[in-house]
Design a protein around this ligand. Structure first.
Ligand code: AMP
Length: 471
């Protein structure tokens, strides 16, 4: 049986043909049937360009109709899609194009118009590569994760199911389709469920807020930074979209940020934990299950999870260890990089995530931090995330990021970068004292540095590497 992921678009066109699949800020819309025709035209055109199944086709496109058509068109042709975030710098693009051996790069130029002949759906096996998704590289060089047709289909099904997507939903398409969150839980899951995607222009919170209300957005899919921006924008406006759920992931969600958002929008946040290497969500708080604040939920269908202690033993409940996953949505490996594959996935199929977590007795996963971010101050482990939480609790703090900086006697010292709310005055002594009341004496930040904004990756992750360079 053909496992080509592009079939989900054909199925949506059959079931929901003349319903609008996407609206874009500015008014452009397209139906599922139009998208199926456009994808057919892209596939035919790629065939004329000499692209054969297994060839790599890179997409350097912003979220929008062109992305969806090119993605499903390339898959239809049997090609392996290489998504490139349009915000990547030229050397980053060059590295990904070269390493993937992409034959074609589809950029912002107009795509071929549908004509009489749509290309046939190429035969693909479940384990064939569908997408090479380069990891964000917050800790090292980006690696090309191989996402399969079956893995991506399962990931889309998981997202649509845990977030209870229905054809009546309008899903915010602000998370980049070139990243696993926007692609898998956004674009693919929406197509699978016959739901509509509403793509805002540049993510400017006041504009996005107005646009979400105009399009009747019911699902916010995004990263914590979007919650911060939207909550601030909502303080200046009475406009509210009819949100039923916010699925937030990709980076730690400080409790204060989540609570302020929920109070402002009257909409529950269901936190989730996603990874490129899991083709999308790894764990989430499904609709209909009791939400536990601070937890990223339970593993999604079809994946097993375990926590491994530093000595290699398995962690009992509540003990902190590295989170590992195994199952159908776990990637088979990295593109043409056996060493990286062996370092990440053991011979029994367990993927090491590099994330530290703990699981409570009810099976809820709490992420503690990344293994590489842990600060060791005078022999004590300090999880930056916990210190960040303490700083976020201060009303003047809009954003905070904590890192370790070298220290002569302690090895490392705890340092914090802080972005203040507009109008607040910096007072490092007061903020230090505030944090010292909330975390142990060895954890509170001795150094506090104020800045205008935090450096972030195109997908909204704070770039701690860049912060280290500033110290
Ligand atoms: P990426 O493959 O670029 O999506 O990055 C995956 C990484 O993002 C994970 O390994 C985590 O470190 C981080 N991450 C994803 N979701 C969350 C979350 N809800 N809370 C904290 N970190 C997260």
């Amino acid at each position: 049986m053909n496992a080509n992921l592009a079939q989900i678009l054909d199925s949506a066109a059959e079931a929901h043909g003349d319903r609008v699949a996407m609206v874009v800020e500015g008014g452009e819309t397209a139906t599922f049937a139009e998208f199926a025709r456009r994808a057919g035209a892209v596939a035919a055109w790629l065939g004329e360009c000499g692209v054969v199944p297994g060839d790599r086709v890179a997409l350097r496109l912003p979220n929008g109709p062109g992305y969806l058509a090119a993605y499903f068109g390339a898959l239809r042709a049997g090609a392996i899609v290489v998504p490139l975030n349009p915000l990547l710098a030229p050397p980053e693009v060059a590295h990904r194009v070269e390493a993937s051996g992409a034959r074609v790069v589809i950029g912002d130029e107009p795509l071929p118009e549908p004509s009489g002949s749509a290309a046939a759906m190429a035969e693909r096996a479940p384990g064939d590569a569908a997408v090479l998704l380069y990891t964000s590289g917050t800790t090292g060089a980006a690696k090309g994760a191989v996402l399969t047709h079956a893995g991506l289909r399962d990931a889309a099904r998981n997202a649509a199911s845990v977030l209870a997507y229905a054809p009546s939903d309008v899903i915010l398409g602000a998370a980049p389709f070139s990243h696993v969150l926007g692609q898998s839980a956004g674009m693919n899951a929406a197509v699978l469920a016959g739901a509509r995607i509403a793509v805002p222009g540049r993510f400017d919170p006041p504009r996005a807020l107005a646009e979400m209300a105009r399009t009747g957005t019911t699902v916010l899919l995004g990263v914590p930074a979007m919650c911060v921006g939207l909550t601030a924008a909502a303080r200046e406006s009475v406009v509210r979209p009819p949100l039923r759920i916010a699925h937030i992931g990709g980076a730690p969600l400080p409790a204060e940020v989540g609570a302020a958002f929920e109070a402002c929008f009257g909409c529950p946040i269901h936190e989730g934990y996603g990874l490129t290497e899991l083709s999308g969500m790894a764990a989430a708080q499904p609709v209909g299950r009791l939400r536990v604040t601070g937890s990223v939920g339970v593993p999604v269908g079809g994946v097993e999870m375990r926590l491994r202690a530093a000595d290699g033993s398995m962690c009992p409940p509540e003990a902190v260890g590295e989170v590992q996953f195994r199952g159908g949505t776990v990637i088979p490996g990295y593109w043409r990089d056996d060493a990286a594959t062996r370092a990440a996935i053991d011979r029994h199929g367990w993927l090491s995530t590099g994330d530290l977590g703990r699981v409570d007795t009810a099976g809820n996963l709490f992420l503690v931090d990344r293994t590489k971010e842990v600060i060791i101050r005078g022999g004590y482990n300090v999880y930056p995330r916990e210190v960040e939480e303490a700083l976020y609790a201060h009303p003047d703090v809009r954003e905070a990021a904590v890192i370790g900086v070298p220290h002569e006697t302690l090895g490392e010292e705890v340092a914090a970068f802080v972005v203040l709310e507009p109008g607040a005055t910096p007072d490092a002594d007061a903020l230090r004292a505030f944090a010292a009341e909330r975390v142990a004496a060895y954890k509170y930040p001795r150094r506090i540095m104020y800045c205008e904004s935090l450096p972030k990756s195109p997908t909204g992750k704070v770039l701690k590497r860049a912060l280290r360079e500033l110290t």
